[in-house]
Design a protein around this ligand. Structure first.
Ligand SMILES: *[C@@H]1O[C@H](CO)[C@@H](O)[C@H](O)[C@H]1NC(C)=O
Length: 218
């Protein structure tokens, strides 16, 4: 269990780093993420774009010796994380490298330090380290927390999302990507969503709770 927690922490920690480097040097602007598509499903219509809610797994390795510094997919207890793409919830290299992907797609991303953990490194990542992420997108939902996505999930149109409604949506998105039915997986993802979004803990996610980023759409 602690490994899962560690993963979750790791995932958000880079945010802090980004704030410090936000003024961006010329070097940062020139730095690029090298993207290799490892697998792309035949049906690949809806692709990720900035602001989408993405559910993905990613394992992080140091390029220099291939050692793993971040567990995600490799950990059996680990479940894919939901995050909003392109808004700095993950390191810059992932925000860039996860663009234009469809559910079920796998990529290998090579991220230079400027777009990863920078001159100082972080935890097990040494200073100036180029890192490699093996990523797999499980689901993409239209965002950013848009009325469109909310409406799609809100089957009974009562302006709130129950666990059943969200589960149904997850199931559709996940299995659309060619993945086998996996109740355990849906339960994990749902627990994560409710934990983060059901602020008043009433077992339902209201429009307001859903739209925690206060976007204009709602
Ligand atoms: C990291 O790179 C920066 C910029 O090239 C350099 O100034 C710094 O000394 C490097 N740090 C280490 C520990 O190599």
């Amino acid at each position: 269990m602690w490994r899962v927690m560690l993963c979750t922490l790791w995932f958000f920690v880079p945010l802090l780093l980004r704030v410090r480097t936000v003024c961006g040097s010329a070097v940062e602007l020139q730095a690029q993420v090298k993207t290799e598509v490892v697998f792309r499903p035949e049906e690949c219509t809806q692709r990720t774009k900035k602001g989408d809610m993405v559910n993905a797994h990613y394992d992080g390795y140091l390029q220099k010796d291939g050692s793993q510094f971040y567990c995600s997919r490799s950990d059996k207890e680990g479940h894919p994380q939901w995050f909003v793409l392109g808004v700095g919830q993950v390191i810059k290299g992932l925000d860039i490298g996860l663009l234009d992907m469809c559910a079920g797609e796998k990529r290998k991303l090579t991220v230079p330090p400027e777009l990863a953990f920078g001159e100082n490194g972080k935890g097990p990542v040494p200073p100036n380290a180029t890192v490699v992420f093996e990523v797999e997108v499980y689901a993409v939902s239209r965002g950013p927390r848009s009325l469109e996505a909310f409406g799609e999930m809100d089957l009974d149109k009562d302006k709130s999302l129950t666990k059943d409604e969200i589960k149904e949506y997850l199931k559709q998105q996940y299995e659309k990507g060619g993945n086998p039915h996996n109740d355990h997986h849906y339960e994990k993802v749902m627990a994560d969503i409710f934990n983060k979004n059901d602020l008043d803990k009433n077992g339902k996610i209201s429009v307001k709770e859903y739209n925690i980023y206060q976007h204009d759409e709602l």
